[in-house]
Design a protein around this ligand. Sequence first.
Ligand code: FAD
Ligand code: UDP
Length: 385
Amino acid sequence: MDADLVIVGSGFFGLTVAERVARELDRKVVVIDRRDHIGGNAYSEDDPETGIEVHRYGAHLFHTSNETVWEYVNRFTTFTGYQHRVYTHHKGVVYPLPINLGTINQFFGAAYSPDEARALIASQAEEFDTATAANLEEKAISLIGRPLYEAFIRDYTAKQWQTDPTELPAEVIARLPVRYTYDNRYFNDTHEGLPTKGYTHWLENMADHPNIEVRLGVDFFDESQPLSKASTVGQVPVVYTGAVDRYFDYAEGELSWRTLDFEREVLPTGDFQGTSVMNYPDAQFDYTRIHEFRHFHPERTEYPDDKTVIMREFSRFAERTDEPYYPVNTDADRERLQAYRGLTAGEKDVFFGGRLGTYKYLDMHMAIGSALTMYRNEVSPLLGG
Ligand code: FAD
Ligand code: UDP
């Protein structure tokens, strides 16, 4: 084998380590991926009928406050000035998200000042204390009170997770800010935008180095191919970004994941919903949200004005053959994860990273940031950097 490192998975984690090893250490890397394209879940493609860029595995919005990551990603792409805003469709009325003064005033048919709204929500939230809230339901009610929770969160969360909100970790909801201003930007980060020429262009730029070879359609667990687990581990250092339970053949049991089904449709209108993401929190709709991809790139004048492409998103438990998207992270999962962490510690020169390898819901900037850290602290020293 003439590679100095084998990387399993060409998502942002794998490509970041590959790029660093190839460019900074001038060592040879082979990246394998079982899919027929690079980029993992951030992959995007032009819809054949409309030419509109579609994120095949669900809408991806880049945002970060990490200056190291921001400097790094700007080596491979420029970013548009896109700012994400989400709206939600409840009982036939559309409200702004995340919950802000606009949502509160519209919901209660009022004109509360920030102080008045704070006082109202505090009175509706008193059954739980944010600091000690033990699960998603308690945390959400402590932040926004029961009426807003029941309108916008409870049934959406039921569709998204099919798990009792009292069994879900509080962190899931802590991702959504609550604001007592009319600011309805979805993210609080310093930097935000979409890659000007699309995600795949960005991902291809990362992989574009003579020391990097990418082999697609190759499964690490397929022993008939030369870069399988059996023929690489112990022979060459491996960075593994596939599912950690699969690596150990589920020896400690299966970690639970949610997967998504996407229903794509081209419609004969230039604008279906007037915005990129509309959430559907009510139980009567089976889907959780609808994406309309043209709105991610309002600057692209070449998009047709008589057609649009939308994607409805449905959530369900993942079977072994499904794409795992969201770690469910129940108490039982956390126990199993601990057991797997014990096993990973015993795998010499195999580095487990990324969303699947660590069983963590990592945003893109987190996957890239943790890959840079792993490169610096573990991979580079091993390869003599
Ligand atoms: P992945 O992108 O999952 O890449 C892992 C790769 O490993 C895959 O290509 C897979 O095919 C390959 N692989 C797995 N097993 C094997 C095997 N046995 N053999 C060979 N190859 C294998 N982040 C944001 O910052 N903003 C967002 O808006 C956002 N939205 C998201 C929406 C959805 C629906 C999902 C699922 C994720 C979203 N993310 C978002 C997270 C983002 O996708 C991840 O941060 C990023 O993809 C993580 O990269 P990764 O390399 O860890 O994993
Ligand atoms: N959520 C909700 N209603 C919404 C949006 C989000 O109840 O309209 C909850 C839901 O439990 C979800 C979590 O907040 O899983 C995080 O939402 P986010 O939009 O960050 O989810 P993602 O984009 O990662 O699916």
